[in-house]
Ligand binder design. Structure first.
Ligand code: NAI
Length: 769
């Protein structure tokens, strides 16, 4: 052992290991764990080991949940749901508050347990994970207290199945359980197989605070247990994990009417502009990709640096990287701990092999004995290299350069994911311009990986949908309490019709066409079908593709108009609808026309009032939650109410700045085709609304499968909904199916439509820091 004098001379770190004795005693006491169902631990049955990844030592035996265990837990949650949902918000708040307090009192214990089970440095579990968990329960105690007044027209969903990953085990539990409980739901949660221990310690906390039996149930196990939970009769599944499994779950739930939120992978850009504070940006990289061994869904894993400063930045980055200490997770001076499991280590190394095999150069990133990998980055890497495309989920970033802000934005968006971004620039104009252009659910300006319970978190594209945290997160655990069973007549089988489009038996030819890009278009196949005694164009997939392209082309101009500009267009549309009422005679009832005019006024009024909010998250930041249009939306309108049904869906979508490809009523498409003519003379720019008539299932599937369609709405239930949701699972397109009984009623209009027509972007800006 070196003397004090020698240490003062060398200034070497000495180990400073957190005491794990209380945790080890707890583990020995418990021996092995059953599931936590209806307020009690079950007797452990078939079990598996959970290990300390830094040593490989077994920590405990945990039960492998069977479908029977899951069913039992769901029944317990169902029994508890009524009482918990009916409980006064204040009383629910007290339980959440008690949970927060108890976690706070056991902070050190939970941090050590988390570090042992996961391998993350104690510095992180102690200073980041557990404090955020506590904050999450406090924040949601607040939502429970005020839910009745803040969400007066919403009700709890019932029972929520929640599946979480291993990278932030207790924090992900908190993100799932706290809002669900605050909203009045009960839960069955399945922790990840590598890291079940803090969830089991949390179960003890639930007992300790006297949470009613069945409100929180925890079933441990692997993917099979998770799959059983997805299949069980719950009202919602909330999943965080890989994109692959997310897709599988979306497919499984197609047509089930269960709510689904998915928080999936990412390959997030970390953009360093030429005027960035490079030292700060390098610290940002440390917090971004070398945090939690890079096992972070929103890690800034693609560093894009301006060519002008690339050399200097890389020098600083290397210098900082060399100072990072890889070592035992319980040592308080460790920066990089253990990868969660040997399987994950292998997965990381195989992507690195593929990346270097394809020509990239790996700097650092050496595999070490045990579950350790040194921090590193890949350079000289081509856009198509697997290391650039795939989520590595380890402490390895990619480093590439750009020349102009436009190129930075293009590179940042050159990914299938859309979870987060971090932008570094000393110019507010440059940074906020990029923040607006990058396709991501969360954007950090001059900071990285900042989280708070009040700030919605979640992604788009292959990163999933739904938000966790804040008001948005609460809304994802609530349902409109006015929802009625959707009623919509099933369409008739499309009958074959002659190939020409002329009206049968009329003196003058009348030709009805599709409406694409502001022009009347013949369907690509040149075929028609008979509906409302007219020959109506039989649209197909090619027409959907053309319409999507037209919609994409229209987006810039339409969004450029701003809310006020779009409102003017909607007022003008109302005026023209009123003037041309008579043209709808025979195609839509007078009530439908009146409803459509009213809806134009309503959404014109809202076009510049569906606002974002600057929320009170962390001090030193302005956290802005901005609703953004999805982009191109596919809308499969109801088969009944051919005009008001269509307009009730199209108007909120375009008011928010989306462009729409609409499939109108299959049996009664003439109202929509008449509407096309009104749109054409109402200053609605060509391509903002496109109308493709034909078989709703085929066209709906075409929309859901198209990568250029960012959200799909479909009215009704049954096989078409199932088919469309299944197609959308592949592209991870969010599908919304509003439950509307009367398309002329108040239920078919309102904020919930605007909310579904948008998704939020959370932008973190330094503010008074
Ligand atoms: P995973 O997606 O398989 O596991 C996440 C959770 O889902 C676990 O609780 C697991 O038991 C459960 N699960 C697995 N298969 C399921 C199924 N068919 N139905 C229901 N639940 C199921 O992730 P895994 O295999 O642990 O990690 C693989 C890769 O996924 C990582 O390398 C990383 O790229 C990504 N990942 C991303 C995460 C994120 O936060 N976005 C978290 C974990 C993994």
């Amino acid at each position: 052992m070196p003397s004090v004098g020698e240490i003062m001379e060398s200034m070497e770190y000495g180990p400073s290991t957190e005491d794990a004795t209380p945790v080890r005693r707890w583990l020995t006491d418990r021996g092995s764990f059953g599931h936590f169902i209806a307020g009690r631990f079950t007797r452990p049955e078939t079990s598996f080991a959970t290990r300390d990844p830094s040593t490989g030592d077994e920590l405990a035996q945990v039960s492998q949940g069977s479908a029977r265990d899951v069913a039992k837990a769901v029944r317990a949650a169902r029994r508890a749901a009524r009482g918990w949902g009916a409980m006064a918000g204040h009383d629910r708040a007290r339980f959440l508050y008690a949970i927060a307090r108890t976690i706070q009192k056991r902070e050190r214990f939970l941090a050590v347990l988390e570090t042992l089970d996961n391998g993350k440095p104690i510095r992180e579990s102690r200073d980041i994970d557990i404090p955020l968990v506590v904050r999450h329960f406090y924040h949601h105690a607040g939502w429970a207290e005020i839910a009745a007044t803040e969400f007066p027209d919403r009700a709890a969903l019932g029972v929520c199945g929640q599946i979480i990953p291993w990278n932030f085990p207790l924090l992900m539990l908190a993100w799932k359980v706290a809002p669900a409980l605050a909203a009045g739901n009960t839960v069955v949660l399945k922790p990840a197989e590598y890291t079940p221990l803090t969830a089991l310690a949390f179960a003890e906390i639930c007992s300790h605070v006297g949470l009613p039996a069945g409100v929180v149930n925890i079933v441990t196990g692997d993917g099979e247990t998770g799959a059983a939970l997805v299949k069980s009769p719950v009202d919602k599944i909330a999943f965080t994990g890989s994109t692959e499994v997310g897709r599988e779950i979306a497919r499984e739930l197609a047509g089930s009417r269960k709510k689904l939120t998915l928080e999936l992978g990412g390959k997030s850009p970390f953009v360093v502009m030429p005027d960035a504070d490079l030292d700060a940006a390098v610290e940002g990289v440390v917090d971004s990709i070398w945090f939690n061994q890079g096992q972070v869904c929103c890690a800034g894993s693609r560093i894009l640096v301006a060519e002008a400063v690339a050399e200097r930045f890389e020098t600083l980055l290397q210098r900082r990287m060399q100072k990072l200490r890889v070592g035992p997770p319980l040592d308080k001076s460790t920066d990089i701990g253990a990868i969660v499991d040997p399987i994950q280590k292998e997965r990381i190394l195989s992507i690195l092999d593929a990346a270097t095999g394809a020509g990239a150069e790996l700097v650092g990133g050496e595999a070490q004995q045990g579950c350790f990998i040194a921090p590193g980055y890949l350079k000289n890497i081509a856009p198509a290299n697997p290391g650039m495309r795939d989520e590595i989920f380890g402490p390895i970033a990619t480093l590439s350069t750009f020349r102009t802000p436009d190129e930075a934005a293009d590179l940042a968006n050159n990914t299938k994911y859309g979870l987060s971004a971090s932008i570094w620039s000393e110019s507010a104009t440059v940074a906020t311009d990029l923040a607006a252009r990058i396709k991501a659910g969360v954007v950090w300006v001059n900071c990285a990986n900042i989280f708070d319970a009040a700030a919605p978190f979640g992604g788009m594209r292959d990163s999933g949908y739904g938000r966790e945290g804040g008001r948005e997160g609460m809304l994802d655990y609530l349902t409109p309490d006015t929802a009625r069973a959707a009623r919509d007549p099933a369409p008739a089988v499309i009958s074959a019709a002659p190939a020409d489009n002329t009206m049968p038996g009329e003196g003058i030819d009348r030709t009805v066409k599709l409406y694409i890009g502001g022009a009347q278009k013949r369907p690509d196949g040149g075929a028609s079908y008979l509906a409302q005694e007219e020959l109506v164009p039989l649209g197909g997939r090619k027409d959907i593709r053309n319409a999507v392209e037209a919609a994409q082309a229209a987006l810039g101009k339409w969004q450029g108009l701003g809310g006020h500009g779009r409102a003017q267009v909607l007022y003008f549309l109302a005026e023209n609808l009123a003037l041309r009422r008579s043209e709808f005679a025979g195609f839509a009832s007078a009530e439908e026309v009146e409803t459509s005019i009213r809806r134009c006024f309503f959404y014109a009024g809202f076009a510049d009032k569906f606002d974002g909010a600057a929320i009170s998250a962390k001090n030193g930041y302005l956290t802005h939650v901005q609703p953004e249009p999805h982009g191109v939306m596919g809308i499969v309108a109801p088969n009944g109410s051919p005009l008001s049904g269509l307009m009730s869906l199209v108007l909120p979508a375009i008011a928010m700045g989306n462009a729409v490809v609409a499939v109108p009523s299959q049996d009664r498409p003439m109202a929509a085709l008449t509407l096309a003519q009104v749109l054409a003379c109402s200053d609605v720019p060509g391509g903002v609304v496109n109308i493709v008539t034909g078989p709703r299932e085929v066209l709906g599937n075409g929309l859901a499968e198209h990568d250029g369609v960012n959200a799909v709405w479909i009215s009704g239930q049954g096989e078409t909904l199932t088919a469309v949701e299944r197609a959308a699972a592949q592209t991870l397109t969010p599908v919304w199916s509003p439950e509307v009984g009367d398309w002329n009623g108040a239920e078919a209009q309102g904020r919930s439509f605007l909310r579904a027509a948008s998704r939020t972007k959370t932008v973190w800006l330094p503010y008074g820091a």
